[in-house]
Design a protein around this ligand. Structure first.
Ligand code: PEP
Ligand code: MN
Length: 359
């Protein structure tokens, strides 16, 4: 399935409601999105793993028939989420074409193994969403469990990572993680789910474009015939018309560099970047040597390593300067805490070095 879908036309588009709510809603949504001519696969959640109880938890097995009927009428493959053996059995019995493992399931190796065991001996295509937490090993492990039972038609879905506190995202994208997965599993298609990353329909196009610019293979976008009335994830679902507009707005860039002149230009810029990277590492090394000298002075005078006021001054000065350089506050914050930790480690090392080691 994914081999054929990713060959030629790019990106693969998977769409449909967050949840199947009624036969009418599933059929109307799927027919309308299929009519745009932009969609390669239909999706709908039948069993919904919700964070809190007393929210809509899906219509269950009867919804499988509705989705299957939508697939028959549109001639498109249909996908549902499975979270346990029973779901797998019901989905296979209803001849659902593609399954996916949701973020709340990927975190649990027991559940993933249970699903993998129930799929042994089949050749159904399976998509694995990233776990809720930013852990590429857990995500890799879920994929490997599917590979170990003999499944070969596999894809990954990047839906972002849960975070504590306020963020512009519903789930932080942390793009370095799907990129690491692409490096680890270069033949497995990577699909972005911008709907769950943003949580807001206005931002779906921008996140989709970012994913395509990072050479993702496809997009999974939630759609609903009347999104504002949706029983789950209302704010992030789009109408079939809006889905078409989002897809039409996307620019698909080539990942293979064919043009010689362009290649030369890229090569020159990359050399420039390598030189800057080398300089940055050398400067960081020098900074740590200065930190060690400070550590020796503190040791001599019996001062603590952490001098809060001094650290606050550094944060303020560097954040301001970094802002002028076009660096985001989020990056500067992570950069400064990494540097600070490394400095503390170096100072710790010199302050606690024994006399014997110093000789
Ligand atoms: C979904 O696709 O509707 C869903 C529940 O997603 P996730 O597992 O990414 O939260
Ligand atoms: Mn959803």
């Amino acid at each position: 399935m994914f081999d054929t879908l990713t060959k030629g036309k790019k990106p693969v588009i998977i769409s449909g409601p967050c949840s199947a709510e009624s036969e009418e809603q599933v059929i109307a949504t799927c027919m309308a999105i299929a009519k745009t001519g932009k969609v390669d696969m239909l999706r709908a959640g039948i069993w919904k793993p919700r964070t809190r109880p007393n929210t809509f938890e899906g219509v269950g097995a009867p919804g499988l028939k509705w989705l299957k009927e939508a697939g028959r009428r549109t001639n498109l493959p249909v996908a549902v989420e499975v979270a346990n053996t029973k779901h797998v059995e019901e989905a296979l019995k209803s001849e659902i074409d593609v399954l996916w493992v949701g973020a709340r399931t990927t975190v649990n190796p027991f559940s993933v193994q249970e699903i993998a065991d129930a799929l042994r001996g089949t050749s159904i295509p399976v998509m694995i969403k990233n776990p809720l937490n930013a852990d590429e090993d857990l995500w890799s492990g879920a994929l490997e469990r599917m590979i170990h039972v003999g499944l070969t038609d596999l894809a990954l879905i990047h839906r972002g990572f849960a975070q504590y506190g306020k963020s512009v995202y519903r789930n932080e994208p942390k793009w370095q993680i799907p990129l690491e997965m692409k490096r680890r599993f270069p033949t497995v298609p990577m699909i972005c789910d911008p709907s769950h990353i943003t949580g807001k329909r206005e931002n779906i196009a921008a996140i989709s474009q970012q994913a395509l610019d990072m050479d993702f293979d496809g997009l999974m976008i939630e759609s609903h015939i009347t999104p504002d009335q949706a029983l789950s994830d209302a704010a992030q679902q789009v109408t079939p018309q809006a889905l078409k507009e989002i897809i039409d707005s996307l620019i698909v860039r080539s990942s293979s560099v064919l043009d010689e002149a362009l290649l030369d230009k890229l090569e020159a810029l990359r050399k420039q970047m390598d030189i800057i990277d080398d300089d940055l590492v050398k400067l960081l090394g020098e900074r740590m040597k200065v930190a060690e000298e400070i550590g020796l002075v503190k040791k001599e005078k019996g001062l603590t390593i952490l001098q809060v006021k001094r650290w606050e001054e550094i944060i303020e000065r560097v954040t301001k300067l970094g802002g002028f350089q076009g660096l985001s506050e989020n990056f500067l914050h992570r950069y400064l805490s990494a540097i600070h930790q490394e400095s503390i480690d170096h100072q710790n090392e010199v302050m606690n070095r024994t006399e014997l080691e110093e000789e």
